[in-house]
Design a protein around this ligand. Structure first.
Ligand SMILES: [Zn+2]
Length: 418
């Protein structure tokens, strides 16, 4: 079990808190800093991690406007900001990398992220996707909201960043191994340090990461590096599920991916003593009992939420349940997208950004249900049109489809960087 030690108290969500985590078996230690969001949110802080490896590394500096919380936290641990040599971004969402520009400037640190992060830096992602959003009724209020303003400013700021190291799947440098786990975002990385896994927003405790939508691939393919252009393996729920199945399978104490529809039964599996053996640096990391260090909710409302990689299996199960629930509504008769969304989330208030998140959550599931043949619309694009009705086809192929998905392919491992 991962051992947390609170070095500095924060508020009950963990804002401004500093925690030292010591890994089971390996004894590896890292520090977590609760970087507050610069806006009102129930998400809690972004957990930024400090790793003392071949280079002093900061993973996810947090949002723009909270940079001083990072430098204060580092100072508390005895480091000035310019001691930081490398900043790793798990993915290009503003609560993770919004502070990058100031932090890179102040520290002179190298910026590392997945190569797709680099190719999307120049894109105004929000603008590029306006066309499909405009088809949806009830969207205009959000389009002019503060959240969207913040997203636009974030893209504007990101344009001034340069990616120093384009990370690809399997890269190893020092004791850090980078895994490409797209789906929540097309550039999402999980990073392993001994038997700790920094999961960004790919695996979160308490809450489930929001899937991207598959249709974004068509929008952005021309900006992507060549290998990602032809077939979409990086956007949408299917991509995310495949990345979750991959990470779930990494845990040698986990059931094989075909049993992904069973909820985690191995959460309390006893430690594997083989893992205490010192690792030869030329060997890949030993994957038994990996503890998850997520970017959100590691600590919340006065409690730690410590999970292992089996949490990935629970998240897969959550999406199978959501597909069931959506299909159950459609079994009562054809529905349009907006009314289906409002019905499915009828227990929640869907103002502004909540409506957008709910809507794209539903779209990502419907895209998958279209692919499994369980639902139909006149044409795939018609999914978003206001008067289009979504029909249940009388089948339920999706649970098998999901549990039999091949885990996200591992590309040829990247050679270690000297
Ligand atoms: Zn996040």
């Amino acid at each position: 079990m991962l051992e947390p030690e609170i070095l500095k108290q924060g508020d009950e969500s963990g804002n401004r808190m500093i925690i030292k985590y010591t890994a089971p078996a390996s004894g590896a230690a890292v520090w977590a800093l609760g970087i507050p969001q610069a806006w009102e949110t129930p998400l809690g802080p972004t957990w930024c991690y400090l790793v003392e490896d071949e280079q002093l590394t900061v993973i996810d500096p947090g949002c723009h406007g909270s940079e001083q919380h990072l430098s204060e936290g580092l100072e508390y641990l005895g480091y000035s900001l310019n001691a930081v040599q490398r900043i790793v971004v798990t993915h290009g969402h503003m609560d993770h990398d919004g502070g990058c520009l100031s932090v890179v400037k102040a520290s002179g640190a190298e910026l590392w992220a997945h190569e797709i992060y680099g190719s999307l830096l120049l894109e105004d992602r929000w603008e590029r996707e306006t066309s499909w959003r405009q088809q949806i009724t009830g969207f205009q209020a959000f389009e002019n909201s503060e959240t969207v303003e913040r997203v636009k400013e974030h893209h504007h700021r990101s344009r001034q960043l340069t990616l120093d190291r384009k990370v690809t799947d399997g890269l190893r440098s020092g004791n850090l191994t980078y895994y490409y786990t797209p789906g929540h975002s097309p550039d999402e990385l999980c990073i392993q340090f001994h038997n700790l896994m920094f999961t960004g927003d790919h695996i979160l405790p308490q809450i489930t990461p929001h899937p991207s939508v598959a249709r974004s691939h068509a929008t952005f393919r021309s900006s992507l590096p060549q290998p990602y252009r032809t077939t979409n393996h990086i956007y949408g729920l299917k991509a995310m599920l495949r990345s979750l199945l991959r990470v779930a399978a990494m845990n040698t104490t986990n059931p094989p991916p075909n049993n992904a529809n069973t909820t985690a039964m191995h959460a309390n599996h006893p430690p594997n003593n083989a893992n205490t053996a010192a690792r030869n640096p030329s060997q890949p990391p030993n994957n038994a009992n990996i503890a998850v260090l997520p970017a959100h909710r590691a600590y919340y409302r006065g409690q730690f939420n410590l999970v292992g990689l089996e949490r990935a299996t629970e998240i897969v199960q959550h999406h199978i349940t959501r597909c069931h629930d959506l299909l159950n509504i459609l079994k009562q008769g054809p529905r349009d997208l907006v009314s289906l969304t409002r019905d499915h989330f009828s227990h929640r208030e869907l103002a502004d950004s909540n409506f957008f998140l709910a809507l794209t959550e539903v779209i990502s599931h419907l895209e998958l249900l279209q692919e499994t043949g369980d639902i139909t619309t006149t044409t795939p694009q018609a999914l978003l049109q206001p008067n289009n009705k979504i029909h249940w086809n009388g089948t339920e192929s999706f649970p098998n489809f999901i549990t039999n998905l091949a885990p996200q392919p591992t590309t040829t491992p990247h050679p270690p960087i000297p």
